[in-house]
Design a protein around this ligand. Structure first.
Ligand SMILES: [Zn+2]
Length: 271
């Protein structure tokens, strides 16, 4: 079962250095030769060329990787629909996400030029693509407010590989830190813990700074305290963040209020 992985040194050499991932990962190119018609006449003649064989190997590797690895999202139809809605909002039409036997997959929209993808959208896509291309399969359980479990999940619960998509959806799509940023954070955190073997707290901090920040176009001062007991004690979570705009740093914060384990209200304002 592991044979194909051995033959993919380029993927293996992508390495565990998460810090570099966002900066270094280009928007992945589409597998070649996928578009049906086109250069059919040249294709036969080229079959023995090195390039042809490399592409075939690449495409085969991609298929086997998709079978063996990737991200599976489980949940009720409404939880999965909400998850896909946020992902597709985040992809802004450049790709369409779907769940294929629970596995997250993307289809490229050729009508949209990838060169027009802004850095926030790119950070979002790269994070998710990283997860779907994972050599080791991992699973996230999506709950929404209709599930009893969602009361026990304050946005995400890494110990149960779960997120509460109703909490995530409460971040909305306006402002800086949006639902897509919160979702990308949870997905990356699960990737780091389940695939890369990081400890939850470290994975949380990396997800804040390397995913949530870039997807939102903001930065964070220091380690953000997100411990469940603190939220439970106060029912409030303050998330300070910085926006760099016109040469100035705007210091802002989200004030997230919980009630019965659900987000009741999010206030976004100056610090
Ligand atoms: Zn986290």
């Amino acid at each position: 079962m592991l044979e194909p992985i051995k033959e993919m040194p380029t993927l293996a050499s992508a390495g565990p250095n998460v810090e570099m991932t966002l900066e270094k990962m280009p928007v992945p190119e589409q597998p070649e030769g996928d578009d049906g018609g086109g250069n059919a006449s040249g294709a036969v003649a080229e079959e023995n060329s090195i390039e042809y064989q490399l592409n075939a190997a690449k495409s085969w590797g991609k298929q086997s990787r998709q079978q063996e690895g990737g991200l599976q999202i489980n949940g009720s139809p409404s939880a999965l629909a909400a998850t896909l809605r946020i992902i597709n909002d985040g992809l802004e039409g450049f790709y369409t996400a779907s769940l294929d036997n629970s596995k997250l997959t993307f289809t490229r929209n050729e009508a949209k030029d990838l060169a027009e993808m802004n850095s926030k959208t790119k950070a979002f896509y790269v994070t998710l693509n990283n997860a779907t291309n994972s050599l080791i399969a991992f699973t996230i359980n999506a709950y929404d407010r209709n599930d009893a479990q969602s009361k026990n999940i304050l946005i995400g619960d890494i110990t149960n590989n779960a997120f509460d998509i109703s909490d995530i959806e409460a971040f909305g799509s306006n402002g800086y830190i949006t639902a897509r940023a919160a979702l990308a954070h949870e997905i990356h955190e699960n990737f780091l813990v389940q695939v890369k073997g990081m400890l939850p707290y470290g994975a949380h901090i990396v997800s804040i700074n390397k995913v949530e920040g870039p997807v939102s176009g903001v930065s964070f001062d220091k380690e953000r305290n997100f411990k469940k007991d603190i939220i439970e004690a106060h029912n409030t979570l303050i998330v300070p963040y910085n926006v760099f705009k016109d040469g100035n740093i705007l210091r802002r914060q989200l004030t997230i209020s919980f009630r019965n384990g659900q987000i009741r209200k999010i206030k976004d304002g100056k610090q």
